[in-house]
Design a protein around this ligand. Structure first.
Ligand code: SF4
Ligand code: SF4
Length: 392
């Protein structure tokens, strides 16, 4: 296993165990299989385990397994605050105590604001005294390091990085999202500020393995180095020194072993120009199934009406490569999970954005088409529910 250091010199395994979806049996977590996989990972050198209050049954299962095997002190636990459920400073204490109880621990190594969406959300938490609360928990040793997880564009990510003295952060990143979400720009921004970066969605929820178009699979198969699509995706990430830990939601023992093997043999900078070019061909093959050739560079931003242009196009493309549910999820994530909607329907066709687009995309026209496809009745329901949820 390879290790990289956090801000305080702790050695973290570059492969982290993502605990969002443990194996299930008869509708419940299969504890026997979960324990087998966690112990395979532990014995293979994995020391970073990422869970959350909102992952059903996950904190309790992880806590039970670590305690049963007497390895709590040998691993790092990352878990998250579901801040949208918090209405007062008292609620922070109550919820955190519940998490510690579930995890059977007196302290949490890495504690994250779960899916911090924008600066308004952070300011709301600040108004509730979150900074004082964090300082108190760090002083008592109950929280060792504080960070946030993020899905959104790179501009807002950089704003959030600068908004507090974080110890680490967590972003979605993979070779398809190199220029969307926080992207390579966000990764480098956080790294340059001294923040370790934990990566989630290295395989885009498995899509870079299970739902590749035949043209993309053929490119991998023809390449003289015989890695699987999953191994290429991980190697692309670990080749970058700015990446600290990559989380993988492993749910078979074979997957755990395969990922350990990759994490043990990979080297920083091992992907050369030829490999990068091959992956670009894969990206092109995937993009060929897409509607708009947006690279997510963000040069068209900010839009005076707040439209998330790259986010909208990413969701629009996803509609044709991965289906309507994946697109709905993406579109809700980038447009509805904030105080002011950033949806395509806010566009007033002023045209300010178009002159900045290096891809010469007819943004106004494409946004209109995207809006027609994405702003379905299902989206409107999701947006209403989300704003209601955020309001409370
Ligand atoms: S054309 Fe639409 S998306 Fe572009 S800057 Fe104007 S309002 Fe924003
Ligand atoms: S400038 Fe063009 S390519 Fe870049 S994010 Fe905007 S629409 Fe996409």
């Amino acid at each position: 296993m390879n290790y990289r250091e956090d801000r305080y010199g702790n050695r973290l395994s570059i492969l982290g165990f993502g605990c969002m979806r443990f194996p299930q049996k008869l509708g419940r977590i299969d504890m026997e299989e979960t324990e087998r996989e966690i112990m395979t990972a532990y014995l293979g050198g994995v020391n970073y385990y990422d869970t959350a209050y909102l992952y059903p049954g996950s904190e309790a299962a992880l806590g039970e397994i670590l305690e049963k095997n007497g390895i709590r002190e040998q691993v790092y636990i990352a878990t998250k605050l579901p801040h949208s459920l918090i209405k007062s400073a008292d609620a922070l204490d109550k919820l955190f105590a519940e998490e510690k109880k579930r995890l059977r621990t007196e302290y949490v190594d890495y504690y994250l604001m779960h899916m911090l969406t924008d600066i308004d959300t952070w300011n709301r938490l600040k108004g509730m005294g979150i900074e004082e609360w964090i300082a108190q928990k760090k002083a008592s040793g109950e929280i060792r390091q504080i960070g946030f997880s993020y899905h959104g564009n790179s501009d807002m990510f950089c704003t959030l990085v600068d908004a507090y003295d974080w110890d680490f952060c967590q972003i979605q990143y993979n070779y398809m999202d190199e220029h969307s979400q926080a992207g390579r720009r966000g990764l480098h921004y956080a790294h340059d500020k001294g923040l370790p970066v934990v990566i989630m969605e290295p395989l885009r929820g498995g899509k870079l393995v299970n739902r590749l178009p035949a043209e993309a699979t053929a490119i991998f198969e023809k390449y003289p180095i015989p890695h699987t699509p999953a191994q290429w995706a991980f190697r692309w990430l670990w080749s970058q020194p700015e990446v600290t830990v990559v989380l993988s939601g492993m749910n078979t023992d074979a997957m755990v072993k395969d990922n350990i093997e990759t994490a043990s043999s990979v080297k920083v900078g091992e992907l050369g120009e030829a490999e990068e070019a091959m992956l670009q061909d894969v990206v092109k093959a995937i993009n060929a199934k897409m509607k708009v050739g947006c690279t997510g560079c963000g040069y068209c931003m900010p839009c005076p009406r707040g439209v998330d242009i790259p986010g909208t196009f990413a969701a629009y493309n996803r509609r044709y490569s991965e289906g309507r549910f994946a697109a709905l999820f993406d579109y809700v994530m980038c447009t509805a999970l904030r105080k002011n909607s950033t949806a395509a329907s806010n566009c007033v066709a002023c045209g300010k954005c178009e002159s900045h687009c290096p891809q010469a995309i007819e943004i106004r026209k494409q946004l209109k088409d995207a809006r027609r496809v994405l702003e379905t009745p299902a989206y409107r329901v999701a947006r209403t529910v989300t704003s209601w949820f955020m309001h409370f």
